[in-house]
Design a protein around this ligand. Structure first.
Ligand SMILES: *Cc1c(COP(=O)(O)O)cnc(C)c1O
Length: 223
């Protein structure tokens, strides 16, 4: 089946219409995204700055681009003019850089705070106390060129559904705790769930799922 067929099937059969699908096109050729675009899908995610910029430049400008990967501060400037949502804010330092680049581009950049919910050390993210600390600090209210739209997290890569479910529950708990302090209407997104675990994520309250291989096919990293 084609990518556009896969997207259509996914939207109609796998998630409720209230959940937003981020079609993760990382490592996949521009032509494949173009095809999916032609059939009407506009929301794509990438995890590397350089690849995101290349695809942004090559493809129609009404695509909503999501940066879902870990990001270095010195690369924010390349995506600041156009990125629709940055999912991986894992430090206050990074958030300040995003704010600065937002100001330079005369826009407010939408961001999600990434939390470390998995058992794996290799995954990035804040913990709740860290986040509370900086959200309560006076520096935080000075950041006029960002919107904190919610939270993001990745569950452990495992077959154990109980582990995955409890990690997603943890992210929802974090979201609810932060919501008590960040009383903004824009703070409403919970980005969780990938090809292997989106069903559980949706059951637990995801508002966005990030799906790659299930739509675009397996990735080949052995270059
Ligand atoms: C690659 C990636 C995804 C999509 O993964 P699949 O298992 O291919 O669906 C989702 N989120 C992040 C952060 C990713 O890097």
């Amino acid at each position: 089946m084609s990518v556009s067929e896969n997207i259509k099937q996914f939207l109609s059969n796998e998630i409720p219409s209230t959940v937003k699908l981020i079609a993760v096109s990382k490592t996949k050729p521009i032509q494949l995204i173009e095809e999916a675009y032609q059939s009407g899908y506009r929301i794509y995610g990438e995890n590397k700055v350089q690849e995101l910029v290349e695809k942004y430049e090559a493809l129609p400008k009404d695509i909503e681009w999501h940066m879902i990967g870990h990001m270095q501060s010195n690369k924010v400037k390349y995506i600041a003019p156009f990125v629709s949502l940055i999912h991986g804010i894992d430090s206050f330092k990074l958030l300040k850089v995003v704010n600065k680049e937002g100001a330079k581009n005369n826009r407010k950049i939408n961001c999600l705070l990434q939390f470390h919910i998995a058992k794996e050390e290799t995954k990035f993210g804040l913990d709740l106390n860290e986040a509370l600390e900086f959200i309560k600090s006076p520096d935080f209210s000075d950041l006029k060129n960002i919107n904190i739209c919610g939270v993001m997290g990745m569950a452990t890569y495992t077959e154990n559904e109980n582990t995955i479910r409890s990690e997603f529950k943890e992210l929802v708990h974090i979201f609810n705790e932060l919501k008590k302090i960040i009383k903004l209407d824009t703070f409403k997104e919970i980005s969780m769930g990938m090809s292997g675990d989106y069903k559980i994520a949706v059951e637990e309250g995801a508002t966005m799922v990030r799906i790659g291989s299930m739509l675009f096919g397996k990735r080949n990293y052995n270059k």
